[in-house]
Ligand binder design. Structure first.
Ligand SMILES: [Zn+2]
Length: 234
């Protein structure tokens, strides 16, 4: 399976051949649909073929390496294996997820402390930090985040070997999410001069594309956990 979303997060549609199709999921030989993982939700969208189409309600990881399961909406028509389809994601939703996901990388650079959990939502996001006996300054975090966004830093993926990652364990900020590994290499997400960590998700090309954000509630989740909620300002 060719994961087009990994090399080109801006690719909205592709042609593909159906490998398998059932009510629980449709498998393709290549796809632009990102499967839920690393705190980012799976894509929604549509598959179209001659004489039919199927709404895709969710995308999940399959059993094998790089397998992606396109979950059809209830009652959707299913294409036969071998059918050529056009696979198109709901781009506006995905772009909001890319903006918020990229913003959470910046939050890692602003707030020190190990990340113990997190989630990207549509228009909102949150990270939990292991910060015993620390109170966080909401205005300071908002100002720093918006500064990094406005500085319009370049965002780009690069690959290193498993061995190089083992030699630099400080790169892994997130205790709850294992970095995407396989075939001896690991994908890193680099925001020039700001943040570098393993990540398999989809991101914007430059931080300016995130747009202004504001900090929602900062919650105490247990003695050590501080949950920082982020929203788009618009
Ligand atoms: Zn990421």
């Amino acid at each position: 399976m060719e994961p087009i979303f990994r090399d080109d997060a801006y690719c909205r549609s592709c042609t593909a051949t159906v490998l398998s199709a059932g009510a629980e999921g449709i498998g393709l030989d290549r796809t632009v649909f990102y499967p839920m993982g690393g705190g980012q939700p799976g894509d929604t969208g549509v598959l179209r073929w001659a004489g039919g189409e199927a709404r895709i309600a969710d995308t999940r990881k399959g059993e094998g390496h790089d397998e992606v399961v396109h979950v059809p909406a209830e009652g959707a028509d299913l294409p036969e294996p071998g059918t050529k389809v056009e696979a198109e994601i709901d781009w506006e939703r995905r772009h909001r997820l890319m903006r918020m996901h990229s913003c959470l990388h910046l939050l890692c650079a602003v707030v020190t402390g190990d990340v113990t959990g997190g989630a990207v939502g549509d228009g909102k996001g949150r990270l939990d930090f292991n910060l015993p006996d620390t109170s966080l300054d909401k205005d300071h975090i908002a100002a720093e985040l918006n500064r990094l966004i406005a500085e319009d830093h370049e965002v780009r993926p690069r690959w290193i070997t498993d061995k190089e990652l083992e030699a630099s364990p400080q790169l892994v900020r997130t205790m709850s999410v294992q970095p995407p590994k396989g075939a001896g290499k690991v994908r890193l997400l680099e925001i020039g001069g700001v943040d570098l960590q393993p990540c398999g998700g989809t991101h914007v090309r430059r931080t300016g594309e995130i747009g202004p954000v504001r900090i929602g509630k900062i919650e105490n989740k247990g003695r050590q956990n501080r949950r920082v909620n982020i929203l788009f300002a618009d």
